[in-house]
Write a protein that binds this ligand. Structure first.
Ligand code: SF4
Length: 576
């Protein structure tokens, strides 16, 4: 029987609870959002005692299904003020499932400024003091914890940004090599963890076991079909595997949709120097591994090892969005500098998308020049030191825009836009505007259809059909996030009907259900309704489902287009 672990930071108690009936059939994002919506007062302070931080593996976690070990983290967001779910790879999700834990709910907070760590094992769950970890980055935190707990565990941790409650702070999770390189990055969830005085979680899978299956043979057969689909689709078997997500730099640049110098152009002259092909080349030259899975059971392996100039491991491959945030968006074309900033963000525990945007906005405000890589690294270092400038930058792009009087501030619900300009990829613009999460490409990845012709074709420059595309993808994504699957499985799911059927078959075989594909759609819709309802109770209205004005007024080169989907159409996205 799966349990919910309730961790109260006010009185330092840890208790097990049976999963209430109303949460049955939910995992991952579905479960974090349902608990936050049920138990958190929507108007509360995100860094106050009433907020709750929820960790939940997905419905397919702890099984042999490929790419199924994601972990969702949810709370009221310090960045957006609305509901937030951010999910991550790494080992934590799979380990929690093996321990029979459906969710960890962290409640209350410490008033005494002391830090604690949580140990989660098969027969013991306890809080203990962690003041020796105070002020440490995630790398040093994990090193110290490894000394105490060994190397057969997984860790979640915050860095300095979380301790200082910066609204862009992330929660780090360790990968298979115990490096804190995977992050629930968006929306400031690290600040919620920091506000509670929880520095780290140690997850010890010893004596854990694979999740029970109602029908083992059917599950095995469906898992095999699903893996076959991942291994046959060109995106998940070749593109991502060889070049990582950074393969998108040249593709999106070619499409004229690569936001450059704070969203002032759609093409970057230095794109090729920082694209996936260059990342692959420099990795092979430096004898690194260009194909690495961030969690057990990943057969796509979109990550890689970034080696320094001496051929030593330095960091994981920066994701496309990270390369973009520090690269084209800041006018920087130096991969080594980008990798250094990615590692620094992992160490401070701060979101690369939000922080790269914050520094690009500060560049527009005259703090440094676009293209000044050393200047960007100096600014990022301010965040790690917690200086007043660092605190402003760590508060996200919206706060930086206000501090430096910048008009072009790319945020929705105060969360910075990712790496696709919505004027030239209109489907993703609909997702940015309307998802309950604030601007988030992963909430409904219309780029797949608009640019890559996956799941059909739809001209990215035309407004027609984009609302329907985003709606369908937002619903499907909410279900995928609930299952705990890596979002990249969406490529075969969109193109190969049997990939979706295999997921449904696995859910049925695991839980003894008889779901249909329509039931999975209904699950995604249910999750979105829960999230939208929370945001409405927090005070959000249709006026919050809009892109910033400059996207509607300033034409984007090279296509000279604006975002032109009428508000009335945006307001129909959730008509289901
Ligand atoms: S495909 Fe990439 S993000 Fe997904 S699980 Fe594998 S390495 Fe992690």
């Amino acid at each position: 029987m799966f349990k919910i672990l309730r961790v109260n930071m006010s009185d330092l108690s840890v208790e097990n609870q049976d999963v209430p009936e109303r949460y049955r059939g939910l995992g991952g994002r579905g479960l974090t959002s349902a608990i936050v919506a049920d138990e958190v007062e929507p108007t509360c302070s995100p860094i106050g005692p009433s907020n709750k931080l929820v960790f939940a593996p997905g419905l397919l976690g702890g099984t042999n299904c490929a790419n199924s070990g994601r972990i969702s983290v949810g709370a009221k967001s310090p960045l957006t003020g609305g509901i937030k779910e951010a999910n991550s790879g790494g080992q934590a999700g799979g380990y929690l499932s093996r321990l029979g834990i459906a969710a960890i709910v962290v409640e209350g907070l410490r008033e005494d400024g002391k830090l604690y760590k949580l140990y989660v094992g098969k027969n013991k769950c306890e809080l203990s003091p962690a003041d020796d970890l105070k002020g440490l980055g995630t790398y040093a935190t994990v090193d110290k914890l490894k000394g105490a707990y060994g190397e057969k565990v997984g860790f979640a941790a915050i860095g300095q940004a979380g301790e200082w409650k910066m609204p862009a702070a992330s929660v780090a999770f360790t990968d298979r090599e115990l490096r804190p390189t995977r992050h629930a990055g968006r929306g400031g969830l690290g600040a919620v963890m920091g506000s509670k005085g929880l520095k780290a979680i140690v997850i010890d899978p010893a004596e854990g076991e694979l999740a029970p299956l109602t029908d083992q043979e059917s599950f095995k057969a469906a898992a095999k079909r699903f893996a076959k689909a991942l291994q046959e689709h060109p995106v998940t078997s070749q593109g991502l595997t060889n070049y990582g997500t950074d393969i998108l730099i040249n593709i999106i640049n070619e499409a004229g949709a690569l936001p450059t110098r704070n969203f002032s152009s759609g093409r970057f002259e230095g794109a090729d120097k920082v694209g996936g092909e260059s990342l692959n080349k420099v990795t092979l030259e430096r004898k690194g591994n260009p194909s690495h899975g961030c969690m057990s059971g990943c057969i796509i392996r979109c990550s890689g090892d970034y080696m320094d100039e001496n051929g030593e491991y330095f960091s994981k491959w920066p994701e496309y969005e990270t390369v973009w945030a520090w690269g084209p968006n800041c006018g920087i074309d130096n991969l080594d500098a980008i990798a250094r900033m990615d590692r620094a963000c992992d160490d401070f525990g701060i979101d690369t998308i939000e922080t790269g945007n914050a520094i690009a906005v500060s560049m527009e405000g005259g703090v440094k020049a676009f293209g000044d890589a050393a200047g960007a690294e100096e600014l990022l270092a301010e965040i790690g030191k917690g200086t007043p400038m660092g605190r402003i930058l760590g508060s996200g792009a919206g706060a930086v825009g206000k501090a430096f009087g910048v008009r072009r501030v790319p945020v929705v619900k105060n969360q910075a836009l990712p790496a696709y300009d919505p004027r030239a990829v209109k489907g993703i613009g609909v997702t940015y505007a309307t998802t309950p999460m604030g601007a988030d490409h992963t909430a409904g990845y219309a780029v797949a259809t608009n640019i890559m012709n996956v799941g059909g074709e739809l001209d990215p420059l035309k407004p027609e059909g984009q609302v329907e595309l985003s709606r369908n993808l937002q619903v499907a994504t909410a279900a995928i996030d609930t299952a705990g699957l890596c979002l990249f499985v969406a490529f075969p799911v969109l193109d190969m009907p049997d990939a979706l059927t295999a997921i449904v078959d696995m859910l049925n075989a695991k839980y003894g259900l008889s779901l249909t594909a329509d039931d999975v759609t209904a699950l995604g819709q249910k999750v979105l309704k829960i999230e939208r309802d929370f945001n409405a109770r927090a005070g959000f209205t249709a006026a919050d489902d809009r892109l910033p004005e400059f996207f509607l007024r300033e034409k984007l080169a090279p296509h000279n287009v604006v975002f032109n989907i009428p508000n009335e159409e945006l307001d129909t996205v959730f008509n289901f």
